[in-house]
Design a protein around this ligand. Structure first.
Ligand code: ZN
Length: 205
């Protein structure tokens, strides 16, 4: 039996890191056999991005400081946070960000938390080196949403004035495209820190 699982991790243009699962059964005989066996599969079973992960006991953090290349994004996140939360002392504190192994082909970034309470964010270098600045920020803000704000994913969509379905949060499992992120920036930043979609909705219309 030959089963091919083709995973297209992400398309750079739309910055879509959903896994697209396609299983091609290459041999008709195999298909018939599968019918008889009652084994149908239209999905590989892993179609949800989940990059907020608790590591089991025994695992320890790999880094203790943030790579300089991420520091400007962290500062920008903290500046937005100060305004949106009203806490002028807001700091990311002890959440180092570094290039590393996200431990899943489809994840370009991941927020790990460990049994000793420590956290860290790891970013896939091969993706980072090809991404636009908007895409980079969108990814770092998404991962900090998990690690620093303790937010989970939000899969809401809102229709814009052109009738297009737009992801209504930076915390969408498939992060927003560079185009949308840029166009509706104030709304996305507001939603990230407050979960209020009011500004985003008004910008869409
Ligand atoms: Zn996520």
């Amino acid at each position: 039996m030959r089963l091919f699982i083709i995973t297209n991790s992400y398309t750079y243009g739309r910055l879509n890191w959903h896994m697209h699962c396609n299983i091609f059964v290459m041999n008709r005989l195999v298909s018939i056999t599968l019918v008889f066996l009652g084994i149908f599969s239209s999905s590989c079973g892993i179609n949800k991005h989940f990059d907020k992960q608790k590591k089991p006991e025994g695992y320890v953090r790999q880094f203790s400081t943030t790579d300089d290349r991420f520091k400007s994004h962290v500062t920008k996140f903290e500046n937005h946070a100060k305004i949106k939360t009203g806490n002028m002392n807001f700091k990311i504190n002890d959440i180092p960000i570094n290039f590393g192994d996200t431990e899943n082909e489809q994840y370009v970034g991941v927020c790990f938390s460990y049994s000793d309470g420590k956290k860290e964010i790891l970013i896939k270098a091969i993706w980072w080196n090809m991404a636009s600045n908007d895409a980079k920020e969108s990814l770092i803000f998404h991962e900090l949403g998990h690690c620093a704000l303790d937010r989970n994913h939000n899969e809401d969509h809102i229709l814009n004035s052109k009738g297009e379905k737009i992801r209504a949060s930076v915390m969408h499992p498939a992060i927003v495209s560079s185009r949308d992120y840029n166009e509706y920036y104030d709304g996305y930043v507001h939603e990230l820190f407050t979960t209020d979609k009011g500004i985003l909705t008004s910008l869409f219309n």
